[in-house]
Design a protein around this ligand. Structure first.
Ligand SMILES: [Fe+2]
Ligand SMILES: [Fe+2]
Length: 181
């Protein structure tokens, strides 16, 4: 049991994050995680956990950037009563900080959706119709342009696809569909 409703999680997120673009990123990752959980035919409680891990993965980023995500996984989320599954997935989205590698399916999908969602959002902002007429190639071309969204580690994006056993193109195509309005 996750113990928290979507509304409670969204309220919690908003008490820690003011930046509209970071809130948008959190919502996109939640949306991506939910879509994959549905695609993988997970049970309802698991779908909620996947969505919640996506929504809250960057909870402490704005207020505690130097401790991200340790502050969230060691203090904020346990105090609120979030499940170990959700907390561990959030821990595993930042292995370089936490030392915890993505292992479970949910952990691997969160890792795979995080940086790619951020990158695809950056691509969408360059396009008049955003995600609506975005092609897989629109994304892969930009991935090769090291000056575009230079802060997004391409290696994490490649590794993410590998972690979920997909070709990167397939993963991008799935997410274009998810983010299309
Ligand atoms: Fe993060
Ligand atoms: Fe993130």
């Amino acid at each position: 049991m996750i113990g928290m409703t979507r509304e409670e999680s969204t309220d919690l997120l908003k008490t820690y994050i003011e930046s509209e673009s970071l809130l948008n990123h959190c919502k996109m990752v939640a949306q991506a995680m939910e879509a994959y959980a549905l695609h993988l035919e997970k049970e309802d409680t698991e779908i909620e956990e996947w969505w919640t891990a996506g929504l809250l993965h960057d909870l402490d980023w704005e207020k505690f950037p130097d401790e991200h995500p340790d502050k969230a996984v060691n203090k904020i989320l346990p105090e609120k009563g979030y499940s170990e599954t959700v907390i561990e997935a959030i821990r595993a989205h930042a292995p370089e900080r936490t030392g915890k590698e993505p292992e479970t399916e949910m952990e691997r999908y969160l890792f795979a959706c995080d940086e790619l969602s951020g990158f695809m959002n950056a691509v969408s902002l360059m396009r008049p119709n955003k995600f609506n007429d975005m092609k897989v190639k629109s994304v892969t071309k930009k991935l090769k342009d090291s000056k575009f969204a230079a802060n997004v580690p391409r290696e994490d994006i490649q590794n993410g696809a590998k972690l979920i056993g997909k070709e990167l193109q397939e993963h991008i195509a799935f997410l274009i569909n998810v983010f299309r309005t």
